[in-house]
Write a protein that binds this ligand. Sequence first.
Ligand SMILES: Nc1ncnc2c1ncn2[C@@H]1O[C@H](COP(=O)(O)OP(=O)(O)OP(=O)(O)O)[C@@H](O)[C@H]1O
Length: 266
Amino acid sequence: MQPASDGALLQVERLSRTFGHGRHLVRAVDEVSFEMQPGEIACVVGESGSGKSTLAMVLLRLIPPTGGRIVFGGRDVTYLRRRAELRAYWRDVQAVFQDPFSSFNQFMTVERVLGRTLGLEERRLSRQERAERMAWALERVGLDPKGVLGKYSHELSGGERQRVMIARALVVRPRLLVADEPTTMVDASSRATILNLLLDLREQYGMSILFITHDVSLATYVSDTLLVMYQGRIVERGDVERVTKQPEHPYTRRLFADAFTFARRG
Ligand SMILES: Nc1ncnc2c1ncn2[C@@H]1O[C@H](COP(=O)(O)OP(=O)(O)OP(=O)(O)O)[C@@H](O)[C@H]1O
């Protein structure tokens, strides 16, 4: 057990993940350091290939890091290996990925999808507790439990599927939600609904959210803190106001200038 320095929920210290060897070595995540406080919304923003998804996968402990440290809630989780320890970690840290088609098993009903995540709970929940949790999570994301629990993915719209994926993450009441491009596959109105829903969850439950996106306008809309990622490194981080108004790193300046140019053209 490592005590967290100042009550931080997540401390990431010089975290690295490489792929390949020698001439083919890729430093996908290269000595990344940052912290998140309880209830904070932070956003990792960067272009395609900058290492954002790899960072998410390592933080979620879906792939191991090749260096550095992850401390969550005061506990070093960098090298958790035992299944029981990982499952305990996943009760606290849940994910929503960009493509609800690939992450929603087409042969499972919504009830089974949510039920599998509920299986991470430490003790066995009674049938009624399970039903209550599922209803709570589905209602939080604006879906009618009775209407969707028995449905398969092809019976839902893209926006509904993405909301089911958020409900799946919420069903265990995580302390941190990692949302990797959660609105890429949905239309503009579902996108706004999903973003506002995630913001409400922070207000209501104090959940921390780490957004991962290449979309600068989304990043500035939702977050308190921006982490600008470029070639595997966090080249700039800070309060969203400060980074937007006075970007220090040339890459951040370019990222905002490009976004602004597209916004004007669009
Ligand atoms: N399993 C892997 N094996 C080898 N290289 C990988 C692997 N996964 C990612 N990479 C490389 O690591 C780098 C970072 O990729 P990553 O997918 O994390 O970027 P990203 O910022 O999430 O991109 P995108 O926004 O396009 O999803 C890229 O050069 C990628 O080719």
